[in-house]
Design a protein around this ligand. Structure first.
Ligand SMILES: [Zn+2]
Length: 289
């Protein structure tokens, strides 16, 4: 077996096979027949703190594997299965993880900065202190996931699905989040400042202490949502639909509410002023003087 994760492409040693060999093997995953031995080699490599940066792990099945402390920067995981994987202190910066399945996985202090996760399935995953700045997460399924103290600053999250997710103390500052779904999600003390949230949905979501300062949820859906202690100052909620929502102790200073739909909204102790409310509909709303 090769002793290092090879950054250069090596073909699989099985004659006639067109696939590349995976890191630490002379064969592609399909032709790596003793998979328990392969995983032991991998664990020994990680335990010895040897780098696997840039390694090829295409189609490798990591289901239920624990890989704490691994250096997998820039590695290729296309077609790999990460279901129920457990990763602590793992470096996956710039890694290729597009369309991978991470269902029910556990990630703690994992570096995903600049990684490509487009179309990945992270449903029901648990993420703690994950750093995913500038990561490419378009169309990632985070439904029913748990997130705590993560960073998605300046990440690309358009059309990502956070429905029924529980997200707390997580920053999405300046992220691209158009078309995102937070349907029935719970967001606690998250930073969504300066995000593009055009067309996003927060239908039925509960937002507590969320910072929407300077965000742009134009034409977003906040129907039946509950917003408590949220900062919406200078946010552009033009044409957004807040019908039947509750806004308690929220800051609405200089919020652009033009053509917004605020039918039957309960406003409690909101701080507002200098709002553009041209064409906005406040039928049956309560709490605005
Ligand atoms: Zn092969």
């Amino acid at each position: 077996m090769a002793q290092t994760a090879n950054r250069e492409r090596r073909g699989c040693s099985t004659s006639g096979c067109q696939f590349d060999a995976i890191a630490l093997s002379d064969h592609c995953w399909q032709h790596t027949t003793d998979r328990d031995a392969y995983k032991n080699t991998l664990f020994e490599h990680v335990d010895a703190r040897k780098s696997l940066a840039g390694g090829n792990f295409a189609k490798v099945d990591f289901e239920d594997v624990i890989l704490d402390g691994a250096d997998l920067r820039g590695a290729n995981f296309s077609g790999a299965c990460m279901r129920r994987v457990s990763l602590k202190n793992v470096n996956l910066a710039e890694a290729c993880l597009a369309h991978t399945n991470w269902e029910k996985s556990y990630l703690e202090k994992v570096n995903l900065a600049g990684a490509n996760l487009q179309g990945a399935d992270m449903s029901r995953a648990d993420l703690v202190k994950v750093a995913a700045e500038e990561a490419r997460c378009s169309h990632v399924d985070f439904s029913s996931a748990g997130m705590e103290r993560c960073s998605f600053v300046e990440a690309f999250l358009d059309f990502a699905n956070f429905s029924e997710a529980h997200v707390e103390h997580t920053s999405f500052a300046a992220a691209v989040m158009g078309g995102c779904s937070f349907e029935s999600a719970e967001l606690v003390r998250c930073d969504l400042s300066r995000t593009n949230l055009a067309g996003a949905t927060f239908h039925g979501a509960v937002c507590r202490g969320v910072n929407f300062h300077l965000s742009r949820p134009a034409a977003a859906n906040f129907r039946e949502a509950t917003l408590e202690d949220c900062n919406l100052a200078k946010a552009i909620i033009r044409e957004a639909d807040f019908s039947n929502s509750t806004l308690a102790r929220c800051d609405l200073l200089e919020t652009v509410m033009e053509r917004g739909r605020f039918k039957s909204v309960v406003f409690e102790n909101v701080n507002r002023g200098n709002n553009d409310i041209n064409g906005a509909d406040f039928t049956d709303s309560k709490g605005l003087d």
